[in-house]
Design a protein around this ligand. Structure first.
Ligand SMILES: [Zn+2]
Length: 81
């Protein structure tokens, strides 16, 4: 058993609809966009969230010197001291 630093990459998307009162399609889209960035849709985004792609990359890790095992400096330090 050892320690592994795992990078987790997720590509997620969320598609849902809302009824927005506006004077034009452009204005409605602007209001929708502002609502997204103002966190108005936080619960809707989460409810419709799907994971489109996932990527995991593990590196064996030395927790003593906090380095990738290939860059482990523990033995070198012991030699110097
Ligand atoms: Zn080390």
């Amino acid at each position: 058993m050892g320690w592994y630093n795992v990078r987790i990459g997720l590509s997620q998307s969320s598609t849902f609809e809302d009824m927005i009162e506006a004077d034009s399609c452009e204005e409605a889209e602007k209001i929708a966009s502002d609502s997204v960035w103002d966190d108005v849709y936080t619960s809707e985004i989460r409810a419709h969230l799907t994971i489109d792609d996932e990527d995991y990359d593990a590196l064996e890790w030395c927790v003593e010197c906090n380095n990738e095992i290939d860059d482990c400096e523990c033995e070198e330090d012991e030699d110097e001291s």
